[in-house]
Design a protein around this ligand. Structure first.
Ligand SMILES: NC(=O)c1ccc[n+]([C@@H]2O[C@H](COP(=O)([O-])OP(=O)(O)OC[C@H]3O[C@@H](n4cnc5c(N)ncnc54)[C@H](OP(=O)(O)O)[C@@H]3O)[C@@H](O)[C@H]2O)c1
Length: 258
């Protein structure tokens, strides 16, 4: 059985990946997916999504940071031995604000979801992948540069980007394609959570894009065997800038423009 497994499928980008993978599979634009496995904590949202899809789905309501849930999920894989055609790791969140002011447990929870859970999920899934399978990891443009007032989130996404690059090389011979997706601000529920401490990202209003376009570009990049997907001209320019200029200089300029 060919499956696509999507974490963070209850909203935003994960939900959009489910919709577009369903469409591409039903219209034979990609290899046929027999089942889409939808992972997130909110069961109701997963159910609502599930009835809108044409592909058969399996709802897996779980917290990806919960060790027992992860063991149970691993057992499902061992019992059913599916062929994972696509793994999309979308579960994640960010918190804006100064490191010293934010609750430490909340900040470490970002590391747990964005880094630890993504790593574990990837590790559990690789044995069920074969030539032509895809791993899509949601990083962020925040991965390109250390970000004051978004310090831990940006650090977690740098981890995702670095890990994805290395994994892409390691899996090259197996012909498993790894793509890190690095969008700037996207219009999802993300900022409702990110702004819970009151800080906000001023630049987001200028650069905000819609989830369907980001996911379309990400899937196109993945099927073109690209290691990184960056959407929108502004974020592409930002990406190039972070590669050309010393980090210290960029942070200095950004400080002056605040
Ligand atoms: N929106 C942006 O501006 C933006 C930009 C760059 C990168 N990203 C990245 O894109 C990914 C998706 O974000 P989004 O914009 O789609 O935000 P979103 O609408 O808030 O979606 C986040 C998803 O993650 C799931 N999730 C969070 N914690 C979880 C946990 N412990 N266990 C299981 N699922 C969990 C949520 O589901 P439940 O609450 O139901 O568990 C939800 O489905 C994230 O990794 C984010 O960092 C977002």
């Amino acid at each position: 059985m060919n499956i696509a497994l999507i974490t963070g499928a209850s909203s935003g980008l994960g939900r959009q990946f489910a919709i577009q993978i369903d469409y591409l599979s039903m219209h034979q634009k990609i290899r046929k997916i027999d089942e889409i496995w939808l992972v997130a904590r909110r069961r109701e949202q997963l159910k609502e999504l599930s009835v809108t899809l044409s592909t058969r789905t399996r709802i897996i309501p779980m917290d990806v940071t919960n060790d027992i849930s992860m063991i149970q999920y691993h057992e499902i894989l061992q019992q059913e031995s599916p062929h994972i055609q696509l793994l999309v790791n979308c579960a994640g969140f960010g918190l804006l604000g100064k490191f010293k002011d934010l609750d430490i447990a909340d900040q470490l929870a970002m590391v747990d979801v964005n880094c630890k859970a993504l790593t574990k999920m990837t590790y559990f899934c690789i044995p069920y992948m074969a030539k032509g399978s895809h791993i899509i990891q949601l990083a962020s443009s925040a991965a390109f540069l250390p970000q004051p007032n978004f310090a831990i989130y940006a650090a977690t996404k740098s981890y995702v980007l670095s890990f994805s690059h290395a994994l892409s090389e390691e899996l090259r011979k197996d012909e498993i394609i790894v793509t890190a997706v690095c969008p700037g601000p996207v219009n999802t529920n993300f900022f409702t959570i990110a702004e819970k401490y009151g800080s906000n990202l001023a630049v987001k209003k200028l650069t905000m894009v819609e989830a369907p376009a980001v996911v379309r570009a990400a899937l196109r990049a993945a099927y073109r065997k690209k290691t990184v997907s960056v959407y929108s001209p502004l974020i592409k320019a930002f990406h190039v800038l972070t590669k050309c200029m010393p980090v210290k200089w960029i942070l200095y300029v950004l400080r002056k423009f605040k």
